[in-house]
Design a binder for this molecule. Sequence first.
Ligand SMILES: O=C[C@H](O)COP(=O)(O)O
Length: 250
Amino acid sequence: MRRGLAAGNWKMNGTAASLGEVEVLKTAHPAPAVDILICPPATLLERLSSVASGSAIATGGQDCHPEKAGAHTGDIAAGMIADAGGSHAIVGHSERRADHHETDAIVRAKAEAALAAGLVAVICLGESLDQRESDQTLDVIGAQLAGSLPDGLTGANAVIAYEPIWAIGTGKIPTIEQITEVHDFIRAELVARFGAEGEAIRVLYGGSVKPSNAAEIFAVANVDGALVGGASLKAEDFSPIIAALETAKG
Ligand SMILES: O=C[C@H](O)COP(=O)(O)O
């Protein structure tokens, strides 16, 4: 059975004061039945990793550059995330794909860089509202899986996050039937490509996950957890999501 993963993506939010939220989570979840991950902005990664040290909370970056080092102003290499105490790297988030024109090929290269640095790659994909409304969702997800995933993925080195773009930060979520359809499709594609490891790779849902809707989303068989944005910023919101995942998948 896959272990649940509650992942928080703080995006471009958080200052040193936010580290107190991690202290609260540590106390509230000393021995959780699921994995917990927080990906703060790069400015906080080392400090947050230090605060989380010795707890059940893993940390990671929100992006990494495909190269190991070099003249890439403003970018961060996967090895730097590891050096700062992180164990995961989110790649291919729709905000990166949109804001930084990241293609599937770039996302794949970033995922490969994460794996080469010993990180777990959290590879994101999802359809736009136009694509959803024109019945292209599974085609889009299939193409993103084919183009963004490196070879050799396993349950230990990769996580997939399905995030419908139109559900991110909007308060809207797909129906449970829609989430089930996409997650079942992703699972089948992973098994077709990676065999038994495709069964072990966790598939997270992301997009407006809140304490109020977490339980129904986590009840879906192929939903192994969540990639949470806004509701991961405050322990009072993230903690009940972790608890709901423990109930469903712990
Ligand atoms: O990475 C997280 C997702 O983009 C979801 O963000 P959200 O929970 O604020 O909708």
